[in-house]
Design a protein around this ligand. Structure first.
Ligand code: PEP
Ligand code: MN
Length: 263
């Protein structure tokens, strides 16, 4: 299958720190437009994130609006100028996301745990100039994480980054996922050129900890943050407890980035 790639030479935005923010899931055109306008006003956000295919743990949970939501994202980008990022878990997702002009793709923690799926995605991305972020696998397996990154590199994807989103443990309290910062820092040490972001939303599973985890990540030298932002988190169709409002996002980002107090 041929990719319709309209972003020849597309480069990951190199702002430091790189901020990606937006809802866990794309839920409606209005939701996306409202978040995009807020993020645009914030001025520090390089990409709006929104999942359209959701890898849910429990069957019969909301699994995303798929290609219909890609159309919304494309229209919202046209209207606001905000580039968008979405998650891909197989080759079909890659072709669809590229067809709608996604500006950045990420591979989620569950998919990164499966080398067959990563290989299929890497092959689908051959010759395509779109930045790709690789989340850590669910288990603290540095080699599996690096292996996924290298599969993309070997397929010729030259803009590859990583996202630290914590690791699944039986007892990860108070967080949803155990941070194990040292695993991500080792990845960074092994790959000094690699852009490594942190995702305080999926580490914490709790909106109350976004600020403290963001500060910690930046103080440890991470290159950016991916944060879930929803206009009304209480009614979010996925990850309701960890999403923050645009106002909360503005106040956290402004306080972190405007002052030299990242710890
Ligand atoms: C997400 O980013 O919404 C997501 C499902 O993340 P993860 O793969 O880190 O669980
Ligand atoms: Mn989520």
């Amino acid at each position: 299958m041929k990719c319709n790639d309209s972003r020849e030479g597309s480069k990951i935005r190199r702002q430091q720190p790189l901020i990606i923010a937006g809802p866990c899931s794309a839920e409606s055109p209005q939701q996306l437009l409202s978040v995009a306008n807020e993020l645009k006003r914030n001025g520090k956000v390089s990409y709006m994130r929104a999942g359209v295919w959701k890898p849910r743990t429990t069957p019969n949970s909301f699994e995303g609006y798929g290609s219909e939501a890609l159309e919304w994202l494309k229209e919202v980008r046209q209207e606001t100028g905000m580039p968008f990022a979405t998650e891909v878990a197989n080759e079909k997702h890659v072709y669809e996301a590229l067809k709608f002009g996604a500006d950045l793709l990420w591979i989620g923690a569950r998919t990164v745990s499966n080398p067959f799926a990563v290989q299929e995605i890497a092959v689908a991305l051959r010759g395509v100039h779109v930045p790709v972020l690789v989340k850590n696998p669910l288990s603290p397996d540095l080699k599996l994480w690096e292996g996924a990154i290298n599969r993309l590199r070997l397929a010729g994807v030259n803009e590859v980054g990583a996202v630290h989103r914590g690791f699944t443990m039986m007892n990860s309290s108070p967080f949803r996922n155990f941070p194990m910062w040292e695993v991500a820092l080792q990845l960074k040490a092994n790959n000094p050129e690699l852009m490594v972001l942190s995702d305080p939303s999926h580490i914490s599973g709790n909106s109350a900890y976004i600020e403290i985890l963001s500060r910690r990540a930046l103080s440890l030298g991470f290159n950016g943050l991916m944060i879930e932002v929803h206009p009304n988190p209480q009614i979010a169709l996925s990850d309701a407890k960890q999403q923050i409002t645009p106002n909360q996002f503005n106040s956290i980002i402004n306080s972190i980035l405007n002052k030299d107090n990242t710890d």
